[in-house]
Design a protein around this ligand. Structure first.
Ligand code: FES
Length: 127
């Protein structure tokens, strides 16, 4: 219960809008953290088409363009923009502490995650 493992990524306040940074040691394939409109997002650093590090591509708006064949992936949810990729990539939840330290959930955000209160036990307030 409540065993979502996290990994510390350090302080990413120097990561500017439109930049991305790879963390090779997180998860199976590594992740790439991107800043878009001031927000940080993380997706798996591995194109779903032919296993290429997306961090070697370019970030355009919220889309990371694969360096190999140009498929785009939305860093906000991992969805792909179209061929040649035929599926998205895993998306990971980030947490920013008051100290500025960023950590990432190793387990990807599930596609079918029903809502933000889904795994918060004992909380029944509704709004
Ligand atoms: S490897 Fe990424 S689009 Fe082909």
């Amino acid at each position: 219960m409540g065993e979502s493992e996290t990994e510390q990524l350090g302080d990413l306040s120097d990561l500017a809008d439109g930049q991305m940074r790879a963390f090779e040691d997180v998860g199976e394939y590594g992740i790439v953290v991107c800043r878009v409109d001031g927000e940080l997002y993380a997706i798996e650093d591995n194109c779903s088409h032919a296993d290429t590090p997306l961090s070697e591509g370019r970030l355009r708006g919220a889309m990371v363009m694969c360096p190999l064949h140009g498929a785009g992936f939305d860093v906000r949810d991992g969805t792909h923009s179209g061929p040649p990729a035929y599926e998205g990539v895993a998306c990971h939840r980030l947490h920013v502490a008051e100290s500025g330290e960023v950590s990432v959930d190793i387990a990807p955000i599930a596609d079918d995650e029903p809502g933000e209160n889904s795994d918060v036990g004992g909380r029944f307030e509704t709004r």
